[in-house]
Design a protein around this ligand. Structure first.
Ligand code: SF4
Length: 130
């Protein structure tokens, strides 16, 4: 029987949850979660962990070479490297509005890559997201 520790991020308490996993990879026991929501989070984190990816896309503007973006929703952690690789060749052109979809359904994840800042036509004049 193996043991894993997962820190729950469901609320600011950040419970350290110990999970016992049997030889077949099934959860045999859990302790440390103070609520049911935390137990659900830990089970999901063990089965299919997801994260919101924040990265950048290239532009052709030397004054503003990288545009910050994020996924519109959390994606499987296992897909994050593929998403960064696949979007490395994407070149964005202005104008871009904060929240604008720049790559739809990136890597078949069901999430879009969206801009996290405005980028206007005038070189160097951009407004950061508040
Ligand atoms: S287990 Fe419950 S109380 Fe603990 S961090 Fe997660 S959500 Fe918060």
């Amino acid at each position: 029987m193996a043991a894993e520790t997962v820190i729950c991020i469901g609320c600011p308490l950040g419970c350290r949850v110990s999970v016992a996993v049997d030889r077949r990879g099934k959860v045999a026991g859990m302790r440390g979660a103070r609520c049911r929501q935390g137990e659900k989070y830990v089970l999901k984190e063990l089965r299919e962990p997801v994260r919101t990816l924040t990265t950048t896309l290239r532009t052709a503007d030397r004054d503003f070479p990288l545009l910050p973006v994020r996924t519109s929703r959390p994606v499987l952690k296992a897909l994050m490297r593929d998403i960064v690789r696949e979007t490395a060749s994407v070149v964005v052109k202005p104008p871009v509005k904060c929240g604008q979809v720049l790559v739809s359904d990136v890597c078949g994840s069901g999430a879009d890559l969206v801009a996290t800042t405005d980028w206007s036509l005038r070189a160097g004049s951009r407004k950061k997201e508040r």
